[in-house]
Unconditional design. Structure first.
Length: 275
């Protein structure tokens, strides 16, 4: 274990890839065990969330145990988990998760999906895909705002942040930061986006045969309506891997458009209606 810890601390990405591989093997193994092989991706994400939660609990405990000073009382979760060697040296064995799960790698993987797209199929989606994009943004936003209002939130900007989180877990914090909303509401918006990802991945293979989700055009419309790139990509992967680039591409447009419109147009309309 000490040998692995030294390797993982020195080569962070190698250690993080090992952890992700183990989680994926466990998720797909669970899917096979339950005779739901197509749900392996969904199980993997759920297990990854559990691992992240456990890592956060461990790192917080270690921070308290070793008296490490926290910045604003916050840790970075699993990336702060330390392995203590026999010589008393603390090694961050999962430090590479911060790089692998960071914005740079995320954007790289999303953009790389564009290489699997054929221009003719994009044209086929045409106006329907365009309409789906805006409908997806508006419907998700209204759902988030409505749920937030039902749970007692009355501040327009807080409601806008929750609505943004219902769009995606990326738009939520972007909107909350832009509007100066309290960090607890921003965290709630991220949680809403993560729940949407998991639900999308789980329900996509179940609903796909019923909604005709079996071609590039329908995948683009689906990506526009759902928006969450992670959920759409993971869900479509369980249906047909060839559809992933189309759904992910429109999902990426959704995120970018949401980051542009939600903290400006949508938030101001919400404020005008509430006040």
């Amino acid at each position: 274990m000490e040998t692995f810890a030294k390797m993982a601390a020195s080569y962070g990405l190698v250690g993080s890839f090992i952890l992700v591989t183990l989680v994926m093997l466990a998720g797909h193994g669970l899917g096979a065990l339950l005779h739901q092989k197509k749900m392996g991706t969904a199980f993997s994400i759920i297990l990854a969330l559990v691992v992240a939660w456990v890592g956060g609990m461990i790192s917080n405990g270690q921070q308290a145990a070793y008296g490490a000073e926290l910045i604003s009382g916050v840790t970075h979760g699993i990336t702060d988990v330390k392995f203590i060697t026999q010589g008393g040296k603390a090694l961050a064995i999962f430090g590479g998760i911060g790089i692998l799960g960071g914005g740079m790698m995320r954007d790289y993987t999303i953009i790389s999906t564009a290489w699997g797209i054929k221009k003719d199929n994009i044209v086929k989606a045409g106006l329907a895909g365009f309409i789906a994009l805006f409908l997806g943004l508006i419907i998700s936003y209204l759902c988030g705002v409505g749920i937030g209002y039902a749970f007692g939130y009355r501040d327009a900007y807080e409601l806008a942040t929750i609505g943004a989180g219902a769009q995606t877990f990326v738009v939520g914090p972007v909107t909350g930061t832009a509007l100066g909303v309290d960090s607890s509401v921003v965290a709630l918006s991220i949680a809403a986006g993560v729940v949407k990802v998991v639900v999308t991945i789980i329900l996509t293979p179940i609903l796909a045969p019923k909604i005709g989700l079996n071609n590039p055009s329908s995948a683009m419309i689906f990506g526009g309506l759902m928006g969450t790139t992670s959920g759409v990509a993971g869900g479509l992967a369980t249906v047909d891997a060839a559809l992933v680039p189309y759904g992910a591409m429109v999902g990426t447009f959704y995120t970018g458009l949401g980051c542009l419109l939600t903290p400006t147009l949508f938030a101001n309309i919400t404020a005008a209606l509430i006040h």
